[in-house]
Design a protein around this ligand. Structure first.
Ligand code: AMP
Length: 511
């Protein structure tokens, strides 16, 4: 294991990152230290999805109120560095406030998120907190310049504000939210759990228990805020040692209050246990499950995906058809493929309409009002599509379009980064693999039918090279999501693979 690097200066970190080989992606996990299993889940995800992982450890003075626990907050840099090193982190960035330009709290440039997002939930009780968070997170993002930054859903208001900040300030970073990690008791891991006495720790368990009761009611069909909140309040009333500071149901993206959950609701709570303030939440989603299938070329993804969609009556989200529609638009416009700026201008606001295939009716797709369902199958489009899909603006456009289509769920999609990037919260993630030899053999058999003369050895080399390229490209590289189920299809028929996926799906649905 290589020794972890610790940087305390912006110059040191920048020089280190600048010295990395070009094309390597950087993942950032911002923390305040006192690392625990919740942080570890963010770090593992970053390690799985990016080439270099930086963990920042900074107890941010700007986000603490004058009567809060800034002085008392646990600081344990040495053991935190060891924790990161054991996980395989490349570098820890732990600057002083001065190093980040905070000489005095009054005299620093600040980033101010929208008032509507700050004047709710924790923001109501912690004036200045989210301004402090936004200011420091912006500094960290502009210092580290990561490709992806990871934040926990535990701090759901923070996550929503940071997602918005990145859009509003046009910061070129992808923000990924990671699910809450809990102790077996259900208590969410938090650095502040260190403050709890044994008795308080036992009392704190009821917080999640109460949220779970509301989640259960939601699963049974309850959608009304008043009823969902009442369920939590009534349970917590049985535990008078817990003092609820707020309990609210809001939209997880905009944080505006919800009377009824239409698509998704964030049920969030802050509770005092003794003098320790804990926060927790559950996200209530009115969504059918999503299946994400990724894997190397030639593992049989597209055939299997179509079959799974048909068998489970799910929408087959044909992402390939969408890339083809964009390729058609570019080819029709006459813009040169090298002119990435012009392509970005052309596609960013293009209007796509995708109607999935149904029993008896094929897929329909139109772009800017023109039906291109047949036109996207021409050899001219086929020749363009792979170059078009390698352009960042095209991917950004389609990933966000696919995520919009995924809001209601009930779909299955395949690709290279569906489970890591497009639908990281998919209920079922499958990573379909097959050995190089097996894939070469399958291609060889196909080619035999077509009378192609490539040898097995040539095909194996071809596939090996393609695998390498696919997993090392900087845009949407092939990676297995940490929570994906791997299915090695060597020696399995298409039916057997399909049945396996259906089995996993049914297991998840019945859970
Ligand atoms: P903190 O050190 O408390 O500022 O947390 C650093 C990051 O870890 C934030 O993005 C938190 O949301 C995330 N985090 C903290 N606790 C958990 C948890 N129990 N599960 C998942 N993420 C967490």
């Amino acid at each position: 294991m290589t020794k972890i690097r610790l940087f305390k200066t912006v110059a040191g970190l920048r020089a280190y990152l600048g010295g990395q080989p070009p094309g390597k992606t950087v993942g950032l996990v911002p923390t305040m230290g006192a690392l625990h299993a919740g942080h570890a889940s963010l770090i593992r995800r970053a390690l799985g999805e990016t080439d270099r992982v930086v963990v920042s450890i900074f107890v941010n003075p700007l986000q603490f109120g004058s009567n809060e626990d800034f002085g008392r907050y646990p600081r344990q840099l040495e053991s935190d560095c060891q924790f990161c090193e054991d996980l395989g982190v490349d570098a820890v960035f732990s600057p002083s406030p001065e190093e980040l330009g905070i000489v005095s709290e009054q005299e620093t440039t600040r980033v101010i998120p929208p008032e509507s997002m700050m004047s709710t939930l924790c923001g109501l009780f912690r004036p200045g907190h989210f301004e402090g968070v936004a200011t420091i997170v912006t500094k960290l993002l502009t210092t580290v310049e990561p490709d992806v930054a990871y934040f926990g859903e535990k701090d759901a208001q923070q996550l929503a504000i940071i997602r918005r900040l990145v859009v509003d300030l046009n910061l070129g970073v992808t923000i990924k939210g990671c699910p809450i990690v809990r102790e077996t008791s259900g208590l969410a891991y938090s650095s502040r759990n260190q403050y709890l006495s044994e008795t308080e720790r036992k009392q704190a368990i009821w917080i999640f228990y109460a949220l779970k009761l509301a989640e259960e009611a939601f699963k049974q069909g309850e959608r009304q805020r008043a009823t969902l909140l009442k369920i939590v309040q009534e349970e917590l009333a049985l535990h008078p040692s817990l003092k609820v500071q707020y309990l609210a149901l809001v939209d997880p993206q905009t944080l505006s209050p919800l009377d009824t959950v239409e698509e998704a609701g964030l049920l969030a709570i802050a509770v005092y246990v003794g003098s320790t303030r804990l926060i927790d939440n559950v996200i209530l989603r009115v969504r059918q499950p999503i299946i994400a299938i990724d894997g190397p070329a030639g593992a049989g993804k597209s055939t299997v995906t179509r079959r799974v969609a048909k068998a489970l009556n799910l929408v087959y989200l044909d992402t390939g058809a969408m890339y083809r529609a964009i390729a058609w638009l570019v080819s029709k416009s006459g813009v040169s493929l090298e002119d990435q700026g012009a392509i970005a201008e052309l596609v960013t606001h293009a209007k796509l309409d995708f109607s999935p295939p149904t029993e008896g009716a094929p897929l329909r797709i139109s772009i800017n009002g023109e039906d291109v369902s047949e036109a996207i199958r021409t050899p001219e489009v086929t020749a363009l599509v792979s170059q078009i899909s390698a352009q960042p603006a095209v991917r950004a456009k389609l990933v966000s379009y696919q995520q919009d289509l995924g809001k209601k769920g009930g779909l299955v999609a395949e690709g290279r980064d569906i489970g890591t990037n497009v639908f990281p919260d998919a209920e079922l993630k499958i990573f379909l693999t097959a050995s190089v030899q097996e894939r070469a053999k399958r291609r060889w058999l196909d080619f035999q039918d077509q009378g192609d003369g490539m040898t097995l050895e040539q095909l194996e080399q071809d596939i090996q090279q393609r695998d390498y390229r696919d997993s090392h490209r900087s845009l949407a590289p092939l990676r297995q999501a940490v929570d994906a189920i791997e299915i090695n299809t060597d020696g399995l028929t298409i039916e057997e693979v399909t049945d396996k996926i259906i089995y996993f799906y049914q297991k998840i649905i019945s859970y």
